[in-house]
Write a new protein. Structure first.
Length: 445
C-alpha cells in the first residue's frame, strides 16, 4: 500500500502507542476516588492530553466516566468511538515480554491493548492528524469519544449518552475490515440455584470468554478421570487438582472454541446429582446453540444464536452459573428469555439478567457504509462483502455508527490473549485507510 497520507506519522504514532500501552488501564472497582480505578483515570487523562497536543479541544466528565476531544465546526458531528480500558493481563509470566511494555519484534507490536483497542484508536487519531498537517479542512465537527468501561458494563458510554450530544454518524475502530454493519444482541445472565454439601466449585472467568481451563478439587477425582477418558476430553492432574482443558476464544466466536467448563460439568453430572449440572449437561454440553431450549434461531444478516457457559461457582449455600448469549439481530430477546427462564424453572433454577446490549443494524446501502466500503476497496483491492458479527462494539451505542477495522483478513486475532499483538503492516495500513475514510467523510472537497 502506498502511504501517501500517513507515512510521516507512522513513527510518532508508534511512540504514542508505546506510552498508552504502558498505562495498565484495567478495571478496579475498589478505588473510592474514581468509577473504574486510578489506572483507567490516568489513561483517560493521558489520552486527552495526547489530543490536546494535536490541537483538539477536550472535555472530561467530572466524575471520570468518559472524555472526548473535538475539532472542526458545523452542525453535523462525526464520531470516532474508542475505548481505553483493557482486559487484565492474566499470567504475566507466560507473556514473552511484559504485557504493559510494548515491544516491537517479529514485525509486530506486542503488548496489552495493541489490538484492543489502543492500537486502532491511535491509528485513527494519527490519521486525522495526518490530514490536518497536510492542510485538509474539516467540513463538520469530528469528535473522538473515549469510553472507559467497554470490557465490562459500558457504564462510561452509557453515561455519555445520558449527558452529551449524539453523533450524526461515526465509526468504531474495534472490529475487523472491511466493515461490520450488523452486530448480534448481547445478553449476559446468571442461572442460580441451591448449593451443595457434596462438592464445591470455583471456576470464575469473564463472561465474554470461552474457558480453556476448568478445575475440580473434589474427592471423586479418580472416578472423574475415567469418565473424562471415556468422553474423550483432555485434562491434566496435579496432586489433588484435576484441570480439564479446552480452547479459549471470544464468546462471539463460541463455535470455534472448546469449552473446558462444559466438559467438566458433563463429567461431574455422572457423579453428582445437582440441578445446575444436569441443566448444563442436558442443554449446553454438546450444543453451543442451545437448540433444545430455543430451537433454530438464526437469520441471514447475523447468523445463529450462540451460548457460552462462561463460569460456575458452587458453595454450600448457592450455585451460580454465568452465560453469555449472542442473539441474531432479528430475534426476539424477550421471547428467548421467557423460554430460558421457563426451562431453568423446571430444574428449580432461577434466571437473573446481568447485562443486555441491543443489536446493531445499519443498511449496507447507506451513505456511511457505501463510502467506507469504496475507500477500503479502492485502497486494498479486497472486494469482501461487509460482515455481521457476534461481537459487541460501541457502534451499537449510537445511531448510524459501524465498526470499521482494524483487524485484517489473515491477521491472527490475539485480543484478550497472552502476547496480544498487532502486526506493523496492519497498523500502518489501518492508519492509511482511516485517513482516506476521514478525508472522504469529514473534509472539504
Amino acid at each position: 500500500m502506498d502511504y501517501q497520507l500517513t507515512k510521516n506519522h507512522q513513527e510518532p504514532a508508534i511512540e504514542t502507542l508505546r506510552q498508552w500501552v504502558a498505562i495498565p488501564s484495567v478495571l478496579d472497582e475498589n478505588d473510592a476516588e474514581t468509577p473504574f480505578g486510578q489506572p483507567i483515570q490516568e489513561m483517560l487523562e493521558f489520552a486527552l492530553k495526547t489530543c490536546q497536543e494535536m490541537g483538539m479541544e477536550t472535555y472530561i466528565d467530572p466524575e471520570g466516566y468518559y472524555g472526548y476531544a473535538e475539532m472542526g465546526q458545523g452542525e453535523e458531528l462525526f464520531g470516532v468511538l474508542c475505548h481505553l480500558d483493557v482486559v487484565p493481563a492474566l499470567n504475566p509470566d507466560e507473556w514473552t515480554t511484559p504485557p504493559f511494555e510494548m515491544d516491537i519484534r517479529e514485525g509486530a507490536l506486542f503488548g496489552r491493548g495493541t489490538q484492543d483497542d489502543k492500537g486502532p484508536s491511535i491509528a485513527a487519531l494519527y490519521a486525522l492528524k495526518a490530514l490536518l498537517d497536510q492542510g485538509h479542512e474539516l467540513n463538520k465537527r469530528v469528535r473522538f469519544i473515549f469510553g472507559t468501561d467497554e470490557e465490562n458494563l459500558w457504564r462510561g458510554l452509557n453515561r455519555y449518552n445520558e449527558k452529551e450530544e449524539q453523533v450524526t454518524m461515526g465509526i468504531v475502530p474495534d472490529s475487523s475490515f472491511p466493515l461490520t454493519y450488523a452486530e448480534k444482541g448481547l445478553l449476559q445472565l446468571h442461572i442460580t440455584g441451591p448449593g451443595s454439601d457434596a462438592f464445591e466449585m470455583e471456576n470464575k472467568g469473564a463472561l465474554n470468554v470461552v474457558p480453556d481451563k476448568a478445575i475440580y478439587k473434589g474427592d471423586k477425582k479418580d472416578e472423574l478421570v475415567q469418565i473424562l477418558e471415556d468422553l474423550g476430553y483432555k485434562y491434566q492432574v496435579d496432586g489433588e487438582t484435576l484441570t480439564v482443558l479446552g480452547k479459549s476464544v471470544h464468546s462471539k466466536d463460541s463455535l470455534k472454541g472448546d469449552n473446558a467448563l462444559t466438559h467438566l460439568i458433563e463429567g461431574m453430572s455422572e457423579l453428582y446429582d445437582h440441578p445446575v449440572l444436569k441443566f448444563v449437561k442436558d442443554h449446553f454440553a454438546k450444543d453451543v446453540n442451545g437448540k433444545s431450549i430455543f430451537g433454530e434461531v438464526e437469520d441471514q444478516a447475523s447468523g445463529s444464536l450462540t451460548c457460552n457457559i462462561a463460569n460456575l461457582e458452587v458453595t454450600a449455600e448457592e450455585s451460580k452459573l454465568g452465560i453469555d448469549m449472542r442473539i441474531p439481530v432479528t430475534a426476539d430477546k424477550d421471547q428467548l428469555v421467557e423460554q430460558l427462564a421457563k426451562v431453568a424453572k423446571e430444574y428449580k433454577l432461577k434466571y437473573n439478567e446481568f447485562d443486555y446490549l441491543a443489536s446493531l443494524y445499519v443498511p449496507v446501502d447507506s451513505e456511511l457504509v457505501t463510502t467506507l466500503l469504496k475507500v477500503y476497496r479502492d485502497l486494498t483491492g479486497d472486494m469482501t462483502e461487509p460482515i455481521s458479527s457476534g461481537g459487541a462494539t460501541f457502534a451499537r451505542t449510537m445511531k448510524n455508527c459501524v465498526a470499521f477495522g482494524a483487524l485484517q483478513e489473515g491477521v491472527e486475532d490475539t485480543m484478550h490473549q497472552i502476547d496480544e499483538r498487532m502486526p506493523l503492516d496492519n497498523f500502518y495500513q489501518t492508519m492509511e485507510i482511516y485517513a482516506h475514510a476521514l478525508k472522504a467523510l469529514v473534509t472539504k472537497a
